[in-house]
Design a protein around this ligand. Structure first.
Ligand code: SF4
Ligand code: SF4
Length: 237
């Protein structure tokens, strides 16, 4: 746990989300779309969840499926790798500009295995220091601007997720964290799961991975309020 000891030694030092990460950094990176040399062959079976597809002479990555097994990081896979945390996909415009000062987030565990929630919890620690961005966790949806959902949405949590969303004031946004929250993940065929938050509430920002690293989740929350990445033109709202 190098991140833990770094936090203990330098409790007032937080990570810059703009600093490019280097292996073995705090984020394991991600596969990126890779052009195939003419006549080159590659093995699509390298990906256990079919997140890699050939498209117009390039290998495309479907982040809503990628579980981050890192198999395609091997050189023989022929897939390029980026050491950053920009896994989030934004489907709707960010909240109005007034929300850039501060937002409150209601976290819903809709049946996750514990790992996604663990990554989310790390954001409030000294290394990631979520609060320095004016982003706060709230126990009640009535004062929440953002609903953050993890897990495949079990049958028992379906109503709780929907009612939490309905109780939130407008405008509001939903961030789904982890492939389970996006499409059910490994639990998709389970008899007691809905198969993702999008089947219950409208998802505005999707973060793949199983689980995604804390910086990817922080990046998603920043996108919700149109900060940082929006200015650099990366948010396509
Ligand atoms: S890291 Fe993602 S894209 Fe690569 S093989 Fe694993 S699941 Fe597939
Ligand atoms: S996406 Fe992976 S880590 Fe997250 S809840 Fe599902 S199985 Fe667990």
């Amino acid at each position: 746990m190098p991140w833990f000891w770094e936090g203990m030694k330098s409790p007032i030092r937080t990570l810059s989300r703009r600093r490019p990460d280097q292996p073995p950094g705090v984020t394991p990176g991600r596969p990126v779309a890779t052009a195939l040399p003419p006549g080159a062959t590659w093995n699509p079976g390298i990906c256990p969840v079919e997140a890699l597809q050939e498209d117009s002479g390039a290998i495309a990555v479907e982040f809503d499926r990628c579980v981050h097994c890192m198999r395609c990081q091997q050189p023989e896979a022929g897939v390029a790798w980026a050491y950053d945390y920009q896994w989030a996909r934004q489907h709707t415009p960010p909240l109005p500009r007034a929300f850039q000062h501060s937002i409150h987030v209601r976290i819903i565990d809709a049946g996750d295995c514990g790992a996604c929630l663990s990554e989310v919890r790390q954001l409030t620690g000294p290394v990631y220091s979520l609060h320095r961005f004016g982003i706060y966790v709230t126990p009640t949806p009535r004062e929440a601007d953002v609903l953050l959902a993890v897990g495949p949405v079990t049958a028992g949590m379906k109503a709780a997720l929907r009612e939490a969303y309905q109780a939130m004031p407008t405008p509001k946004r939903v961030v789904a964290v982890g492939v389970c929250a996006l499409n059910g993940g490994i639990f998709a065929d389970g008899f007691a799961v809905e198969g993702g938050a999008a089947r219950v509430v409208p998802v505005d920002v999707a973060v793949g991975g199983c689980p995604p690293p804390p910086l990817a989740i922080l990046d998603a929350l920043q996108r919700v309020i149109g900060r940082g990445l929006a200015r650099s033109g990366e948010v396509r709202a």
